[in-house]
Design a protein around this ligand. Structure first.
Ligand code: CU
Length: 159
């Protein structure tokens, strides 16, 4: 009787221990799961949202702009950057091409063309201001028949 009782007690204790362990491990898994979800959720909300807002806010365009040298580059880029909403403007002296990143809720491509033309430089769509052209330094008085949107590799090609 005594032995049976003890055995029974032991079994009960074992059962309690097992269920306690089970509850504990479930709790641990649950906590781990929650933290893992939190981490994932954080990553999901932080990383793509900034990328998305960037993608949504800025439009990238490239178009041809005539010019000769580093001074032209400064003038052209300054003109493009002067347009409200333009985030970045990079003119390539070899390619005769500008890459512009702008907020399309604040400006549009034609406004950028006009700003560059006003500084004296021809773009694909707008002829540069003659008055501004005359005021450019001599080295910057580019050829109006110059090719725009060059590959930048023409110099290297020999035919
Ligand atoms: Cu120049």
């Amino acid at each position: 009787m005594n032995f049976l009782n003890k055995n029974q007690e032991h079994k009960n204790n074992n059962a309690i221990n097992v269920s306690k362990k089970a509850i504990l491990s479930v709790a641990v898994i649950a906590v781990l799961g929650v933290t893992a979800c939190k981490n994932e959720a954080k990553q999901e909300t932080t990383t793509p949202s900034t990328e998305m807002s960037k993608d949504m806010a800025f439009t990238d365009v490239s178009f041809g702009v005539r010019g000769n040298c580093g001074m032209c580059k400064k003038t052209i880029e300054k003109a493009a950057n002067g347009v409200e909403g333009v985030a970045k403007a990079t003119w390539d002296v070899d390619k005769k091409k500008i890459d512009v990143s702008f907020d399309d809720t604040k400006t549009d491509v034609m406004a950028i063309h006009h700003a560059i033309a006003a500084s004296g430089y021809d773009t694909e769509k707008v002829t540069g201001s003659e008055v501004a052209y005359k005021n450019l330094p001599d080295c910057c008085k580019y050829d109006h028949s110059m090719m725009m949107n060059q590959s930048g590799e023409i110099k290297a090609e020999v035919h």
